[in-house]
Design a protein around this ligand. Sequence first.
Ligand code: GLN
Length: 484
Amino acid sequence: MSGLLSAYETRKRILSQELSAQEYVSAILEKISKFDEQIHAYTSVQEDTALSQAKKIDKKVERGEKIGLLVGLPVAVKDNICTKGIPTTCSSRMLENFVPPYDATVVEKIRGEDGIIIGKTNMDEFAMGTSTETSFFGVTRNPWNTSYVAGGSSGGSAAATSIGETALSLGSDTGGSVRCPASFCSVVGLKPTYGLVSRYGLIAYANSLDQIGPIGRTVKDCALLLDAIAGYDPRDGTSVQSKGKYLASLSKNVDGKKIGVIDELFGSGIDSRISEHLHKEIQKLTDIGMDLEEISLPTLQYSLPAYYIIALSEASSNLARYDGVRYGLRAEDEGLDWKTSSSKTREIGFGHEVKRRIILGAYALSAGYYEQYYLKALKIRTLIREEFREALKKFDALVGPTMPVLPFKIGEKIEDPLEMYMCDIDTVPINLAGICAISVPCGFIEQLPVGLQIIGNAYSEKKILNIANAYEEETGYTKYKPQL
Ligand code: GLN
């Protein structure tokens, strides 16, 4: 299990002209052609434009011109983030042929920092899932063991990063979709505070929860990409000014940091092997100077039902726009009235899981049930937010497992939606509270990756990145790479 060069190290080599962006991009494209038939991380790859951009960047470096932060590093972008002139499918038949006429703000920023959009990555349809199995284009396989899922919904992004089919990638995290696949594929994934990264151009699943987040092989890589994408965007009214320079402010000094170990994240349904393993790993935080204490956040037991009511309610409203008129697919509808035509389009355009969620969400919002479900879920959300706020007055960060289970076999849970939803139990509270969290590799159980989740208050990305970085340096787990 020898290491892969991190984006951070590659960046240094490109800047010092030890390595050209063209050589690096070619090597990445070679890996894609070697592995992706099996892994299926990508829905499309931008071979020609990637190489021509790399050439331009090399010229800039040679001439000593001002160069952006990402210096020709390939970035793989989840296929629900709009890319001008490049299909953006949400891994759905509904948007199979949708080519956006504009770039999402994050994509614009990556290009502006001389990053190269290498391709679009596979995902659960409309980001609804925990395993990338609901993709219309077929599953993404876990590079650590190809009979297993890569996690989801940003499974393509995490798998591509883990096997070296890209330097960096973007995912979106509504209830764990950056952190879950990061954990399953042994890479680092950050869910930023709600508002830190613009959502303009991210195709909505549940907009009060959605956030775009960076995925890298190391904590430094994640900080580098966050530097490139964070910040206020006038086109997203919920975005805020970044407190900036995440990479530059990384230090190994975490002396005296107070860490709360959340009891409920080890609650019912957790694999006992993960619980045991995590407790041992968390102890290592004391070796690097941090203080540990157990803490209970009792409202977290309601977070999963609250999340699924809120997320599905918002989804049912957001997905109403796919009516066969304005975007994407339109079923054969000659002679049909509008209503029949649109329901025919929706019938063939959406997969099972998406339909299930639209129906459940519409039900929760309907007259007579709104108070009983949606409103109640909103109240729980407020309580959860308050509970985190109080806890994070006392602690610098909170920790627990990212996932309560190990990566599972392809097909193992797909027929049982409730069992699949249960896997999100440790990640969804963070989205409900709107705060930030990172998943960092913390070893292996039976050769399958495990992730440690570090949770911070709103806008305390620097703090959790620092803690994750210190832990990574202490343990060295991010140096391992899958052997295919
Ligand atoms: N697995 C969760 C869900 O299915 C989270 C998905 C996400 O974060 N996009 O809703």
